[in-house]
Design a protein around this ligand. Structure first.
Ligand SMILES: *Cc1c(COP(=O)(O)O)cnc(C)c1O
Length: 368
């Protein structure tokens, strides 16, 4: 018996799309896999491991404290529960049955996105402020009540210049004694975001371990104030609280630690040059071929400071048709359809140089 993808009849996918959970997120480099393998070879005290890994992660990311969650989504959920408990007095054991009305989380209307489900899953009721066109300080000041437990800030493609800025939100929240939590799940690079949000005054910042950090898929990193991290730790496994169904293994904790250590030591400037080069290969190889028009696009879909190639299609091709045909090809290639244009987008972060060429070849093959 061999337990590999091929034995299941599953074809590997070349990912020129993004660090998407539906494609498996990202690939773990050798040092991460090694740390997971080493971690798998002995039993440990899991309370101690979470604390010591957290202390090391805090040091590396220049934060007071850190916690390894089961994906960033669990970080959002446990952070929300911690905030609800602090204000409502709901105990560890009585949650969620004791949930009352002191559960309001303020969020800007334009920041609403599918991941805020994890905040609502914690029993929070979202209090939306502003409109899709903008948010004012007054909107925020009018939203506070005795039931306010936190303000959530979502960082990503949802951000717009007309939003109430994070600086303003933090300043106002401080005056009210309300914690600010930043969902920065996909906001790496830049690596400095590991400390930027919290240095700006956010109480907690939450990152996905399985996106550009290239740690284990089921890992997430929560960094911030010790008080909050302590509350979150209590809620998580191996304790029998709300976080018990979302446990993180010893292997994932060690894998995430290795991934973050690696990430902060990478030469991100050089990496950016590699990405620029891949984008140039795509643009030069595709522009003008079969009616295609290719150019550099920046920043990318997650708002990361990384280029991608925008390839506009001739009228007789629809983007969905091309996306489907590339995925059905041999090998399968995943690319992103543009939201607004009849175009596809090619992301250099999730391919290697050889795959960059394969993506180019497959597109040329399909459109001819
Ligand atoms: C990816 C993402 C998440 C979820 O991260 P996981 O690690 O997959 O749980 C949450 N919020 C945003 C904005 C994201 O992009």
């Amino acid at each position: 018996m061999s337990s590999n993808y091929k034995s299941l009849g599953i074809r590997p996918v070349i990912n020129a799309n993004a660090t998407l959970t539906k494609l498996g997120g990202s690939l773990m480099p050798a040092e991460v896999r090694q740390a997971m393998q080493d971690g798998a070879q002995s039993f440990v005290d899991m309370h101690e491991l979470q604390q010591k890994v957290g202390a090391r992660l805090a040091e590396i990311t220049r934060n007071e404290a850190a916690f390894v969650s089961c994906g960033a989504a669990t970080g959002l959920l446990l952070a929300t529960v911690a905030c609800i408990q602090k204000v409502s007095g709901a105990t560890f054991e009585s949650f969620p049955n004791s949930l009352g009305t002191q559960n309001e989380v303020i969020v800007q209307r334009m920041h609403r996105n599918p991941y805020d489900y994890a905040v609502r899953q914690a029993g929070a009721s979202l209090v939306e402020i502003g409109t899709m066109d903008g948010t004012s300080l007054e909107d925020l000041e009018n939203a506070y009540s005795a039931s306010t437990v936190a303000i959530f800030w979502f960082q990503g493609a949802m951000n717009q210049p007309s939003e109430l800025s994070l600086e303003n939100v933090i300043q106002s929240a401080k005056n009210q004694g309300v914690p600010v939590i930043v969902d920065g799940a996909a906001q790496l690079p830049p690596a400095s975001n590991l400390w930027n949000f919290t240095q700006l005054g956010a109480d907690l910042a939450i990152f996905s371990g399985g996106k550009d950090l290239s740690g284990p898929q089921v890992s997430g990193l929560v960094v911030g104030k010790s008080e909050w991290i302590e509350r979150i730790r209590l809620l998580g496994a191996p304790n029998h609280g709300v976080g018990r169904p979302m446990k993180v293994g010893k292997e994932e904790m060690m894998g995430l630690l290795a991934a973050v250590e690696r990430y902060v030591s990478l030469d991100h400037e050089q990496l950016l040059e590699v990405y620029e080069q891949r984008v140039r290969v795509w643009i030069q190889g595709l522009n003008g071929k079969g009616g295609l028009s290719a150019k550099r696009d920046y920043p990318n879909e997650a708002g990361q400071p990384v280029p991608r190639a925008l390839v506009q299609l001739p009228d007789h091709w629809s983007k969905d048709q091309l996306v489907d045909q590339l995925m059905a090809g041999q090998p399968a290639v995943s690319v992103a359809p543009s939201e607004k244009l009849n175009a596809i987008l090619l992301n250099p972060m999730t391919v290697n140089d050889e795959e960059t060429q394969i993506v180019l070849k497959q597109i040329l093959k399909v459109i001819h």
